[in-house]
Design a protein around this ligand. Structure first.
Ligand code: TXA
Ligand code: MG
Length: 318
């Protein structure tokens, strides 16, 4: 499957493929997405097949602007505030569907809600404008595996499952969007991500609640505990490195390691660590490595989203 630099001509070709019901991988400011026309149930089914994604896990619908979003969903006053503060950008809102919208059940896994995001990445924006349809796009990785922040990782994971991979370098944030339930005036963070709870509060005066780890009754069906997983085991809160292990370090005081090792941020910068996280997990996931030992990451701001991904990467595989 061709990895193609995201020139205007390539974006136009990709938009035609989406309109024709094919799958196209494209960069966003968070991670690469695997996109299809969100109004075409067969195209959406092909996304689930390509990723090996469970049918009960709904997709995020990407649109170019607020007018397009409002054709699909109903916005409360709080949702309007969030849209004004964070769109375009790495925030996904779960909203009540507008009755009679063009989104089939396949896209939302039969829910009465729809998750909507307006990405800020110029390639994603251009693609959405050219395609002129809502684009369903999960992260462009095999289901359960580490998300992709480089086009080459998409090619590694999805082989020739996409008709085209638009390439535009590494993604800026490196973590998926924050998913927030905005169906009622009580906002609930369903997935920590590129926009922190602190930033949401500072921009809107709204303090969202958090509900991100309940596998028993998942309000966000994608929040299965085992996820973002490399093939070798992951050991958290490591203070030292055992023989055979690789080291995922953070900050200036990394313990010695004779095997493969990567520092997410030598200065202890959480933004830099988030941007490097998924590529580092892939790079350390090598044959012969018994486990990836991960140093503790502070659990505030973006650290919450990083630790959420690491806990899932370390949890028992199902
Ligand atoms: O940054 C991102 O959000 C990337 C880029 C490509 O936009 N996309 C992404 O999609 O991470 P995905 O499919 O990997 O994760 C979507 C998450 C899943 O946890 C899913 O369960 C949740 O959003 N979700 C989707 N629709 C929902 C809905 N109606 N209600 C609750 N959760 C929903
Ligand atoms: Mg994903």
């Amino acid at each position: 499957m061709p990895v193609i630099p995201a020139t205007p001509a390539a974006i136009a070709a990709a938009a035609r493929k989406i309109r024709d019901g094919e799958l196209v991988a494209f960069p966003t400011e968070t991670v690469y997405g695997l996109g299809a026309d969100a109004t075409n149930a067969d195209a959406v089914a092909a996304i689930y097949a390509a990723k090996g994604r469970p049918q009960f896990n709904p997709l995020i619908v990407h649109v170019a602007d607020l007018a397009a979003a409002k054709e699909l969903a109903i916005f409360s006053a709080q949702a309007e505030k969030l849209a004004a503060a964070f769109w375009p950008g790495p925030l996904t809102m779960v909203l009540p569907q507008r009755p009679g919208n063009a989104i089939p059940d396949r896209t939302t896994a039969g829910l009465t809600t729809v998750a909507i995001r307006i990405p800020s990445h110029p390639v994603a924006q251009a693609l959405l404008k050219e395609a002129a349809c809502p684009v369903a796009a999960p992260s462009a990785n095999r289901s359960g595996h580490v998300s992709t922040t480089h086009a080459a990782h998409v090619a590694d994971d999805l082989g020739d499952q996409a008709a085209m991979i638009l390439e535009a370098g590494p993604t800026e944030f490196g973590l998926e969007s924050t998913v927030i339930d905005a169906t009622t005036d009580k906002l609930i963070i369903l997935r920590h991500g590129a926009i922190t709870a602190e930033t949401i509060t500072a921009a809107t005066g709204i303090t969202p609640a958090t509900n991100t780890t309940d596998d028993q009754a998942p309000t966000s069906p994608g929040q299965l505990t085992s996820h973002y997983a490399p093939s070798c085991p992951v050991r958290l809160n490591a203070e030292s490195v055992n023989d055979g292990e690789a080291l995922l370090a953070f900050g200036p005081d990394a313990p010695p390691c004779s095997g493969p090792h990567i520092n997410l941020s030598e200065t202890g910068d959480l933004g830099e660590a988030a941007a490097n996280l998924f590529a580092a997990l892939r790079a350390l996931d090598q044959p012969g490595v018994t486990a990836i030992a991960v140093m503790p990451i502070p659990d505030h701001g973006l650290g919450k989203a990083i630790n959420d991904r690491l806990r899932r990467a370390a949890s028992p595989r199902t």
